[in-house]
Write a protein that binds this ligand. Structure first.
Ligand code: AR6
Ligand code: MG
Length: 297
């Protein structure tokens, strides 16, 4: 189980770093993929996931004000944050409360970007044995930056996928997610996964998406997990679809890492991952702490 906690967080960071150099490329432009992580730098996806994990560990559960302050403390604009999230972080820095800030962007609609889903793996791990609480906590953790219901629902589906993968559910995962999901766009796409398992890339992109909206990427990551039976092929495939490659790669890596465990992640990818301040050594420590708090105390 400890190896699966590590697998989820390192898998997410590796998928992010692997996808980052080709973010925004079209399918077909991604090229013969990959020689490995070129620079090993992770992006906003992993930086925010670290904040989620730190807060859960320090507060022994969800604390919105604390999690928001972690996002601010860890923030490096050069890690390529989405514009909505950048605007919310500025509002938080100016003193607006975490309950309020995310409601002020996109003309009051809030963001439905995938920025809440991409960081949610630690919530999936921490609340893995109680899906009702998990769903609720994913909504709250999303709300800090993403207040649109489709942003929150995408994060809840992603957290639930990580929890089910951690517990070894694969065949049962899709029906469990369909039963939980209240938003039609997600239910429709979840129901398409099984009949798309042999489809070509263009069809997958048309049916499931490869964009920055949560409903254009979360189900694509779940699909990428299902299409193959090992970590490497799933993550390479996710990135080969182009579009929001770092985030779809990261979410696929989180689910696959939770399912297969740390050993299934190619060692050369882990070796290439950055290891300075809050690099891979720190991410492994976060995974171990989450595991320790969850299962030993
Ligand atoms: N109305 C119209 N467009 C929207 C809305 C809305 N309510 N919500 C989101 N969008 P954002 P993120 C569109 O900016 O989710 C980074 O590279 C809009 O075009 O909140 O934190 C990350 O790594 C908006 O810019 O960012 C992710 O890959 C976009 O969705 C990615 O960006 C993303 O929402 C998203 O990060
Ligand atoms: Mg990113």
């Amino acid at each position: 189980m400890n190896a699966k906690f590590r697998g989820a967080l390192i898998g997410s960071a590796v998928g992010d770093a692997l996808g980052a150099p080709v973010e925004g490329c079209k399918e077909g432009e991604v090229g013969l993929f990959p020689g490995g992580i070129i620079e090993g730098r992770y992006t906003d996806d992993t930086e925010m996931m670290i904040g989620v994990a730190e807060s859960l560990i320090d507060k022994r559960g969800f604390d919105g004000a604390d999690m928001a302050s972690r996002f601010l403390r860890n923030y490096h604009a050069w890690r390529r944050y989405g514009p909505g999230t950048r605007a919310v972080l500025e509002l938080l820095r100016a003193g607006v409360s975490w309950e309020e800030a995310s409601k002020r962007i996109f003309d009051g609609a809030g963001s439905y970007g995938n920025g809440a889903a991409m960081r949610i793996a630690p919530i999936g791990l921490f609340y893995c044995d109680d899906i009702d609480t998990l769903w609720d906590m994913a909504y709250r953790a999303s709300h800090i930056t993403h207040s649109h219901v489709l942003g929150k629902e995408g994060a809840a589906i992603m957290a639930c996928s990580v929890a089910l993968a951690l517990r070894g559910y694969r065949e049962e995962m899709l029906s469990a997610l369909v039963a939980r999901t209240r938003e039609e766009i997600y239910r429709d796409k979840l129901r398409k996964i099984e009949r798309l398992l042999d489809a070509d890339r263009q069809t997958v992109i048309e049916e499931l998406g490869n964009g920055e909206a949560a409903f254009e990427s979360v189900i694509t990551a779940i699909y990428s997990f299902f299409r193959f039976h090992n970590f490497k092929d799933s993550v390479i495939y996710a990135i080969s679809l182009g579009g929001d490659t770092d985030t779809i790669g990261s979410m696929t890596g989180a689910i696959s890492g939770a399912y297969y465990g740390e050993e299934a992640i190619p060692q050369e990818w882990v070796n290439a991952l950055e290891d300075g301040d809050k690099g891979k050594t720190y991410i492994i420590w976060l995974a171990d702490e989450l595991y320790r708090i969850r299962f030993k105390c």
